[in-house]
Design a protein around this ligand. Structure first.
Ligand code: SF4
Ligand code: SF4
Length: 486
């Protein structure tokens, strides 16, 4: 055996892995806790601007009043949705579906242009993690202080810091759950119930469930939601191509990396611009090293861009060693102008065109929307019957949904079937934003019925809203059939 130490292969005991053991080995590796360092800079400001914008909207909207009612309220019990001046009934769900389609298209468009910009700046997971991290920093300090506190034995200081953080996290979680329920139950009623602890069972369930989900996702799961649980993270790569803007490290400029003094000329030492300070890894909320290239864990938060720009400033190097760039731009060494020109490629223009068409269709359809809706349902219990003088009678039920916020008067008349007449009361009222069923009997004289013959014959109901105050007249026609028995 050689005594040469350089030829001895050191064998170290493997570090005990932790996780769940399966037959073929470990099913998963236990996640190491990440302590992201705080960062300042242009993109950090944008992230916080988005936090303020989204959270003022989310927490504030339920408290906004409109026409003496909550401006945005999804009243499931009464089956009415209020969105400012818009009153939607379940039959109008097509508008909500259109909104979802527009949101999905916007996401496709943003992803094709600038990758996971949504993830880094406006996804609720990122936004709440940012808020919870801010609270954590207030109680436990920045990265190093938090690491030290976690490693330290329990003491009074550790107890109050950890306890304070937990209390604040639970408070934010519960307030978030309360706000969410406030979109479905009038928030002022809910506020009163909160003081007397008299929520209904569903209100309790959703306040606690959503509150706990916020606490768990933003306080503990954090980047693991983006890495393992979010479906968008899985399919977004299908929307990327080499002309998509992504947060990228410029290896041609940065490598070979290495530490050096501020006065040293890196070229003379054969070094690139990366001083290997590791700050880009320390600020990364998903714990990756962007210098290893494009990775699916990257949520495009641009924290590494901000911190690296700070380092470049200190070293008196040009900014942008880590920046938003495209793969084609980096490998061909394109200028930002050339890169941006390629970002507006046919795929992006097609997405934009389709999105513009859907948006125009949505707005036009909303503007031309009738101020009321009608459904005609034939009475299935008595399809047709003969009345005293030999006339044939059919009974219908009309559901009239008033989409305005004032009581309206309606009148029903018939069209399309000669001799048909309404034998019941033909005018009625429907309250503000309400839906009302109204029975209508239609009779056809004996002679007309015989000449029509047995079977179903087309008939049209004309429902007219009578002019009242500022609301003008409006008409809706609904088709149905009139049955003549054998
Ligand atoms: S922050 Fe910039 S300079 Fe520092 S290691 Fe990362 S890429 Fe290199
Ligand atoms: S690599 Fe940079 S942009 Fe990507 S998640 Fe980490 S810090 Fe954010």
């Amino acid at each position: 055996m050689s005594s040469n130490p350089s030829r001895v292969i050191p064998i170290a005991a493997a570090e005990a892995a932790s996780g769940i053991e399966g037959e073929g080995g470990w099913l998963f590796e236990k996640q190491k806790k990440i302590y992201p360092r705080s960062v300042t800079g242009t993109f950090a400001k944008w992230r916080w601007a988005m936090v303020w914008l989204t959270q003022i909207m989310f927490y504030g909207l339920p408290w906004l009043q409109w026409n003496d009612r909550q401006a945005v309220l999804f009243d499931l019990a009464a089956r009415r949705f209020y969105i400012f001046g818009l009153v939607l009934h379940p039959q109008d769900l097509v508008y909500l579906a259109a909104l979802l389609i527009i949101s999905a298209y916007l996401l496709f468009l943003f992803t094709a242009v600038a990758g996971r910009l949504w993830c880094g700046f406006s996804c609720p997971q990122t936004v709440y993690t940012e808020i919870f991290l801010w609270v954590e920093r207030r109680f436990e300090g920045d990265r190093i202080a938090r690491m030290r506190l976690d490693a330290a034995p329990w003491s009074f200081e550790k107890l109050w810091r950890k306890g304070g953080k937990q209390a604040a996290w639970i408070g934010i979680g519960l307030w978030t759950g309360f706000t969410l329920v406030g979109y479905f139950t009038p928030v002022k009623v809910l506020w009163g119930e909160a003081f007397t602890m008299s929520f209904g069972p569903w209100e309790w369930f959703w306040v606690l469930f959503y509150g706990f989900a916020t606490y768990g996702n933003a306080g503990y799961l954090r980047e693991q939601v983006c890495t393992y649980m979010c479906p968008y993270a899985r399919f977004q790569s299908a929307m990327f191509d080499r002309d998509t803007l992504i947060v990228s490290y410029d290896p041609q400029r940065g490598e070979p990396r290495g530490s050096r003094g501020r006065k040293v000329d890196p070229r003379a030492k054969g070094l690139g611009d990366c001083i290997d300070c590791g700050l880009c890894v320390q600020v990364c909320p998903t714990g990756i090293d962007i210098r290893n290239g494009l990775q699916y864990q990257c949520i495009s938060c641009a924290s590494c861009v901000d911190v690296c720009n700070e380092v470049m400033d200190k070293m008196n190097y040009e900014r942008g060693l880590i920046r938003f760039a495209t793969q084609n731009g980096l490998s061909n060494r394109w200028s930002s102008g050339q890169t941006l020109k390629r970002v507006l490629r046919p795929r992006v223009l097609v997405y934009s065109g389709v999105l513009a068409l859907i948006c125009i269709g949505f707005v036009v359809s909303l503007a031309l929307r009738s101020p009321f809706r009608v459904d005609v349902v034939r009475d299935r219990g008595a399809l047709a019957r003969l009345v005293d003088d030999g006339a044939v009678e059919n009974v219908y039920r009309l559901q009239v949904m008033n989409a305005t916020e004032a009581t309206q008067r309606y009148r029903v008349s018939l069209d399309g079937l000669d001799g048909a007449a309404i034998s019941s009361r033909a005018d009625f009222e429907v309250g503000a934003a309400e839906a009302r069923w109204w029975p209508v009997s239609v009779q056809v004289p004996h002679g007309v019925a015989r000449s029509l013959g047995a079977g179903a014959h087309a008939i049209r109901f004309r429902i007219e809203r009578l002019a009242h105050g500022e609301d003008g007249a409006a008409v809706v026609d609904e088709k149905s059939t009139f049955v003549v028995p054998r």
